[in-house]
Design a protein around this ligand. Structure first.
Ligand code: CA
Length: 243
């Protein structure tokens, strides 16, 4: 996953870059609107070859050379790449204009790294309805192993072809854990992504939901608890035993 980070404020950019790299993103950092539009030119050129150099653009509005909103509009004219506007301005007007000019989401400084990651994942889910991800048939649901499918557009989960009744939070939790099967997710990451961006309370409710998913999806996925850290979801093969 490649991120184009457009931000002139060095401490903010460095901290964002460190955070993004920690979450597995490759980051190209530019400081001006001009450089961003140069990168957009590359976007335009390579898009014709069917490959996008960036999966998402993080765009600061307060840039030294060009008005950020103009950069947003120009980027959108050239490419369908998801754009998340990051800004110190909390003006409702800016937010509305940014979204009207084609930004996909908007975060206001100061923000937490996990909020940014959650929004990147959300815009990328929306931006890639078809053809992305292993095992996904164009326009169809995501397939996880031989038994489980998740249709993120329709919000439906099937096990062996039969619908699985999940509560909204169970669905969100499954959606989060299956974004990166095999990756260890901390309790804090999960709580912030699924329940609330600023969760500081007990996380027992997480264990209850994990237990429900294990029960309902037995044999299709294993959700391993890593003591003192969090959880790791594994997709099971046809012959694997329920965990
Ligand atoms: Ca700035």
């Amino acid at each position: 996953m490649r991120v184009l980070l457009v931000e002139d404020d060095e401490p903010v950019a460095q901290s964002l870059r460190r955070g993004l790299v920690r979450y597995g993103f490759a980051v190209e950092w530019v400081r001006t609107g001009g450089e961003a539009l140069t990168a957009a030119g590359q976007l335009n050129g390579t898009e014709l070859n069917g490959t996008e150099p960036y999966d998402v653009v993080l765009l600061d509005l307060g840039l030294p050379d060009v008005e950020g909103l103009d950069v947003c509009r120009a980027l959108r004219e050239r490419s369908a790449v998801p754009i998340i506007v990051i800004s110190a301005r909390s003006d409702e007007a800016d937010r509305v204009v940014g979204l009207e000019l084609g930004a996909d989401d908007y975060v206001t400084k100061p923000f937490g790294m996990r909020e940014v990651i959650a929004r990147i994942r959300a815009v990328m889910r929306r931006a890639r309805p078809a053809g992305a991800g292993a095992g996904r048939a164009p326009g169809g649901p995501d397939r996880y192993g031989p038994r489980l499918t998740i249709d993120r557009r329709a919000g439906r989960v099937h096990l062996d072809g039969s619908p699985v009744a999940l509560t909204p939070k169970e669905y969100d939790l499954l959606g989060f854990l299956t974004e990166e099967p095999g990756a260890l997710m901390s309790r804090e990451q999960i709580m912030e992504a699924v329940w609330d961006a600023h969760w500081f309370g007990p996380t027992k409710t997480l264990d209850v939901h994990v237990a429900a998913l294990r029960r309902k999806l037995a044999g299709a996925v294993a959700i391993e608890a890593v003591r003192g850290v969090g959880f790791r979801l594994e997709i099971l093969d046809a012959g694997a035993r329920p965990a």
